[in-house]
Design a protein around this ligand. Structure first.
Ligand code: SF4
Ligand code: SF4
Length: 191
């Protein structure tokens, strides 16, 4: 059965199509998710409004409703190893529309943090992390962008390390202190 159909099905299977057993449930992870959802997460009634609002889900196999469900059930290994969790753009469309007021994006962030710790970070996210570590910002600047910024009344350079190059050292200190450099495989010798 295609993953797209399965993840929207009310009969939930793990990503490898195996039935869920008690051994698949991680109670600590489940509690962390519950805490992030400020108890309201338990009253998700799987309406699918989040999936319907999700711009990423329209173009990818990512289905936030299924991710929330599996997270609430404590299926840690299954959900953190799911490649689709990296397709969320954290745009908050789902969260703004959830009739239960569930903090869906906080849940996604917890899942991603745990996924990164377990070595499942998507390559594209690692590349952004490498760029931030090397330059202090995530979006490259060019002449067209500078002209656009100027046309709307902004400074040509954004208030990042572009404008304050001395802040790069502070960014790199944070990267080292948090262990983010290890997660993305940053080499301080070669950059
Ligand atoms: Fe659950 Fe909210 Fe998504 Fe509905 S919109 S499925 S209540 S998380
Ligand atoms: Fe989809 Fe993520 Fe945006 Fe929610 S925050 S609508 S899950 S892309």
């Amino acid at each position: 059965k295609p993953k797209k159909e399965r993840s929207e099905s009310m009969t939930l299977l793990q990503s490898d199509e195996k039935p869920i057993t008690r051994a698949d449930v991680d109670e600590d992870f489940k509690q962390e998710i519950m805490d992030a959802g400020a108890e309201s997460v338990a009253i998700c009634f799987q309406c699918g409004t989040c999936t319907g609002a999700c711009p990423s889900g329209r173009r990818t196999p990512y289905r936030i409703r299924g991710v929330v469900r599996r997270a609430v059930m404590g299926l840690k290994e299954d959900v953190i190893s799911d490649d689709s969790i990296w397709m969320c753009t954290t745009c908050y469309e789902c969260q703004e529309r959830c009739p239960r007021g569930i903090k869906i994006v906080d849940i996604v962030k917890i899942i991603r943090n745990q996924a990164a710790q377990a070595g499942f970070m998507a390559q594209s996210h690692k590349m952004t992390g490498l760029f931030v570590t090397k330059t202090g910002h995530g979006v490259p600047i060019n002449d067209a962008t500078m002209a656009l910024r100027k046309s709307v009344g902004l400074t040509e350079l954004p208030p990042t390390t572009h404008q304050f190059p001395e802040a790069l050292e502070e960014v790199q200190t944070i990267v080292k202190a948090t262990g983010f450099d290890t997660l993305i495989g940053y080499n301080w010798e070669t950059g």
